[in-house]
Design a protein around this ligand. Structure first.
Ligand code: BDP
Length: 331
């Protein structure tokens, strides 16, 4: 039989992979599946991919994380449950949809709880952040670092929002958390909890009038193509975690835990840097596409509407009042 170039290449590749398999045989690689809601190129995606690559390299292949983008492994609430049970190994979760599962994290979803993104980082990187990490750990999620998610603002298909009166009657999509329903209703709108992937179509067909998000998500989800008014209410500043499933974490040696922790912290530093740049770029893209962006002169009108939301929350969760006060007074 004549050996063709193709066969030679194939034989050669087979020999190489056989050699690679035998070289790596003693340490069985732990393949980690990681959930990510965002598309390639998004700041979080880049940071998660760097995390995966660096962990594989530093553990010399003992842990092989793989990131699955665009929520192909399920929507966020499902993915949280899958990570808690160990069906998924790691993920980048927003603390919004975490609220129904880890009650303490609802504090982070109180509108205007942080005065700025810097304030949020200071809190999350300190002792208070550790309190949230402890609460997550009780629910089998090991939060190793905190990502930026900017500030979320309202956008809609019909007019600029300057005052709560402008929100009246608008059907606004919110993430899956009852607190956001209360928040939008307190502003005068009608809230619809919905998973992220369904929002574009719903805006397009008029099922929704608007939603709320940061610039990078407003842009990468293409919502800006259908919702042309973005109003800087900046009502929510919600941190996100790089979380590992407790069972995956506990299966690691101490040495590998150290590597994974260090890489998670490095990933969050990278994400925060990329976030600043990415937010500016996204703002430019949506403006160039014709989106009208307006500052909200008097945010205190929105803040004042949130008093009953806080009062109701504290009434239901009196044990969390000191945490709310600690965050507010840490500024
Ligand atoms: C983005 C968050 C993502 C959320 C999404 C949403 O990064 O985790 O799922 O908003 O609105 O900003 O659902």
């Amino acid at each position: 039989m004549q050996t063709t170039t193709f066969m030679k290449k194939t034989l050669c590749a087979t020999a190489v992979s056989a050699a690679m398999v035998s070289m790596s045989l003693p340490a069985l690689a732990d393949s980690w599946r990681g959930w990510n809601i965002h598309p390639p190129g998004y700041p979080n995606t880049e940071a998660l991919e760097a995390f995966a690559e660096n962990v594989a390299e530093k553990t010399e292949g003992r842990v092989e994380p793989q990131v699955y983008n665009n929520a192909v492994l399920g929507d966020q609430s499902d993915a949280i449950e899958q990570t808690r049970s160990g069906a998924l190994d790691f993920a980048n979760f927003n603390m919004g949809p975490m609220g129904p599962i880890v009650n303490e994290t609802n504090v982070l979803s109180l509108p205007f709880i942080f005065s700025s993104v810097d304030h949020m980082h200071e809190v999350m990187d300190g002792e208070i952040g550790q309190r949230f990490a402890d609460a997550l750990a009780e629910k089998n999620l090991i939060a190793l670092s905190w990502f930026d998610s900017g500030a979320r603002s309202l956008y809609n298909t019909s007019h600029p929002v300057n005052t709560p009166e402008d929100v009246e009657g608008l059907k606004i999509r919110v993430m899956n958390n009852d607190l956001y329903v209360e928040m939008i209703e307190a502003m005068g709108g009608n809230a619809t909890p919905m998973s992220y992937g369904e929002v574009y179509q719903s805006l397009k067909t008029g099922v929704l009038d608007g939603a709320e998000n940061n610039y990078p998500s407003f842009e990468s989800s293409n919502h800006y193509e259908v919702a042309n008014y973005y109003s800087l209410t900046e009502h929510l500043i919600i941190p996100e975690c790089l979380c590992i499933a407790k069972s995956s974490w506990e299966a690691l040696s101490e040495e590998d835990q150290k590597i994974v922790r260090e890489e998670a912290i490095k990933a969050s530093e990278m994400q925060r840097q990329l976030w600043v740049e990415g937010s500016k770029e996204s703002r430019q893209i949506v403006e160039d596409a014709g989106v009208e962006i307006n500052e909200v002169e008097d945010k205190s009108a929105f803040q004042a509407k949130m008093d009953p939301v806080y009062a109701g929350f504290i009434e239901e969760n009196p044990e969390l009042e000191d945490l709310i006060n600690a965050i507010r007074s840490s500024n």
